[in-house]
Write a protein that binds this ligand. Sequence first.
Ligand SMILES: CC(C)(COP(=O)(O)OP(=O)(O)OC[C@H]1O[C@@H](n2cnc3c(N)ncnc32)[C@H](O)[C@@H]1OP(=O)(O)O)[C@@H](O)C(=O)NCCC(=O)NCCS
Length: 196
Amino acid sequence: MIVLETERLRFRRHEPEDLEPFCRLQKDPRLRRYVGGQPRTPEDARRRFRQMSRARSRRLGLWATVLKEDGRYIGYCGVYPHFRPGGPPRGREGALGFTLAPDFWGRGLGTEAARGLVDDAFARLRLSRIVASVDARNAASVHILEKLGFRLRRLERLGRRCLYHLELRNPSEPGGPEKTRVDPDGVCSVPAKTAT
Ligand SMILES: CC(C)(COP(=O)(O)OP(=O)(O)OC[C@H]1O[C@@H](n2cnc3c(N)ncnc32)[C@H](O)[C@@H]1OP(=O)(O)O)[C@@H](O)C(=O)NCCC(=O)NCCS
């Protein structure tokens, strides 16, 4: 089941043959540096894979992300359900996630994926809001979110880590989008206007 295509990427449901390349990615410390902090154990990687593979409709989920030119699995990206703490998903909202294999970084694919998924979530899925949470030191990711117009809503300190919680509102709905106020150097300062 193909969910979406962009210029160079195809997003589709995870299939059993994706397990092996997915688990290989989960062992890579570069990929996990700002997400989880350390490589996943094989058992944890398989559990995560099963979770992602459950998505059955073309609505919300983290999708297998493959290169259109040769079908190679290079990561997992998507807008997935945004759950209330300990409760059900929030209606008409989603959370953006994007992870690509380090061999493919720096070619604009992360931006292409995030932009395509966000546009689709607003236009086809009619979401009103998309959120994203990112380690403040994750400069590439922060930069992509900033380019897309995400706006800082809240800072969270987790020990020595600092998480940015950002949001983007559907530009075709009242209230429109606003610019992000994230400091890409990872300094934990929030303009008073954007702090909640
Ligand atoms: C985040 C991620 C998907 C980016 O993928 P990518 O294909 O390299 O992204 P792009 O090439 O589209 O863009 C990266 C942008 O960040 C910029 N960038 C990269 N490293 C940077 C740094 N250290 N400081 C500032 N900007 C940086 C690049 O210049 C580029 O910007 P530009 O297009 O305006 O020149 C990839 O790094 C990844 O999978 N990381 C691990 C998982 C992760 O952290 N996911 C995000 C969770 S919120």
